[in-house]
Structures are given as structure tokens and as C-alpha cells.
Design a binder for this molecule. Structure first.
Ligand SMILES: [Zn+2]
Length: 254
């Protein structure tokens, strides 16, 4: 058996230029807390108890959790279509959400509410309160249910996502929000969860046809805490409403 090793005698081996291969700031992340630093994830990721100020809130909309038929297979990347078909409409339905910045992370979209000034935590209680606010707002639209709250990291604009080589881009520039605007939305979400989410997702209190049973002539009327589909699927909960946008989750609740 002959072993042929030509490479050694054929001059320089072909070595790709690592910069060309990797693009710019591969898989860097950007903090949305404290100094808002960008860099490799191991340098900018910090535990919640080291967070002293919140700069922005992030909602991670990952196509992996969204029903593929709603994203469609037209022009552009999955993330771009996800934004055009769904996320852009949700944002346009609410005065707070209208102010969000949207980034194409390479796979999905990051919806960012950037504060006009940092929300400083004076105590552990402050931080816990804001952790609750952030988690609640993240669950107002169909986001990645496993995403972190105040410690969430976005990807810096212009950096490269190594999963697919895509460069992170702004799809929609945002305008800063005040802490009061965020707390006002949070208040609406707590007192009228179903109504607030229905308005955000559908832009109306009466959705026709009912998105849950999709029955002909069946309407979903949004109440404050639940919805009603008369003559159709009956009482509808918040999870059912959000579920109409999501892929089937194992062991889904009712
Ligand atoms: Zn129904």
C-alpha cells in the first residue's frame, strides 16, 4: 500500500486567513446592564446579583418557537420574514412597543426597549422588582421561554453570528423609553393580561375568526383576564392565545 504525501513538497499549504473566515467580532455579545460593554460572551456575561443598572429590556423572538406556517417561505432570511410577517405588526399595536429597536441576530430577532437613562437599582428589592417587570414584558409576545431576564445579552450591530455567518443588523431603529412608560405597560399587563396581550398581538379586542379554533363565523372576544369564543372553543386562556403563534410544545398547558 502506497502512502502518498504530496503536500509537503508542494510549497505552502493553503491556510485560510482567519479574519476572512470569521468576519468581524464573531459571536460577540452586548450587555444591556451596567456599563453596556460588548465583547466575547465570557467577558460580558454577569450574574443577576451583579447587575446594578438596567439599560434596556430584550425580548428574544426565535423562529424555533414560532409556527413555521406563520413565517412563510418568501424572500429574505427566516429572521427577516419573522419580523415582517409578525413582529412588526405586534410592535405597531402598542405605544410602548412602537418605540422598540429590532435587531436581526442572524437567526431570529431581538426586540429592545432602551431606557432614556439607566434604571439604577438602589437595593436588592429594586432589582427583584425589575426582574419581575422584565419577565412579564418578555412573556407578552411569543418569545423564547427559556431566555434570561435582566441578564439577557444581545449581539452588537455589525458583529457576526458564527451559526450562519450572518452579520447582525438593525431592522428597525428604536426610540428611548422611560421607566414610567415600561411600568405603565406592566401595570396594564397585570390588571388586564388577556386584553393587553390580545391587543398587542391582534390590534383589536375582537378577533375574527377565532385564532384558537379557527371556526367559521367564530369570534374571540378579549376580556380582561380570559377570552370568550361563543359557540366555538369557549373560554380561552392567555397560554392558548400565545400558543396560536407558537410551535406545538410538548406537554402544553390548557
Ligand atoms: Zn374559538
Amino acid at each position: 500500500m502506497k502512502s502518498v504525501r504530496k503536500s509537503k513538497s508542494k510549497g505552502k499549504p493553503q491556510r485560510p486567513d482567519p479574519h476572512e473566515l470569521e468576519g468581524d467580532r464573531v459571536d460577540h455579545r452586548e450587555q444591556l446592564v451596567n456599563e453596556g460593554r460588548s465583547g466575547p460572551v465570557e467577558l460580558v456575561s454577569i450574574p443577576a446579583d451583579m447587575v446594578t443598572a438596567l439599560l434596556a429590556i430584550m425580548l428574544d423572538v426565535d423562529p424555533k418557537f414560532i409556527a413555521p406556517e406563520l413565517i412563510g417561505d418568501g424572500k429574505g432570511t427566516v429572521g427577516f420574514r419573522l419580523y415582517k410577517q409578525l413582529v412588526a405588526n405586534w410592535l405597531d399595536h402598542d405605544p410602548l412597543f412602537k418605540k422598540a429597536e429590532v435587531r436581526h441576530s442572524g437567526t431570529g430577532v431581538h426586540v429592545l426597549f432602551r431606557f432614556d437613562r439607566p434604571v439604577e437599582f438602589q437595593s436588592v428589592g429594586d432589582r427583584q422588582r425589575w426582574q419581575g417587570v422584565v419577565k412579564a414584558i418578555q412573556s407578552a409576545i411569543p418569545t423564547d421561554p427559556t431566555a434570561p431576564g435582566i441578564t439577557a445579552l444581545t449581539r452588537p450591530v455589525g458583529s457576526t453570528n458564527s451559526k450562519n455567518g450572518k452579520v447582525v443588523k438593525v431592522l428597525r431603529p428604536g426610540t428611548p423609553v422611560t421607566a414610567d412608560e415600561v411600568l405603565d405597560f406592566y401595570g396594564r399587563l397585570r390588571s388586564k393580561p388577556f386584553l393587553t396581550v390580545a391587543r398587542l398581538l391582534f390590534g383589536t379586542d375582537r378577533v375574527s375568526p377565532c385564532p384558537v379554533c379557527k371556526g367559521k363565523g367564530r369570534n374571540l372576544a378579549a376580556g380582561d383576564r380570559v377570552g370568550h369564543c361563543y359557540g366555538g372553543c369557549g373560554k380561552v386562556g392567555l397560554a392558548d392565545l400565545l400558543g396560536t403563534f407558537m410551535t406545538q410544545q410538548p406537554g402544553g398547558e390548557d
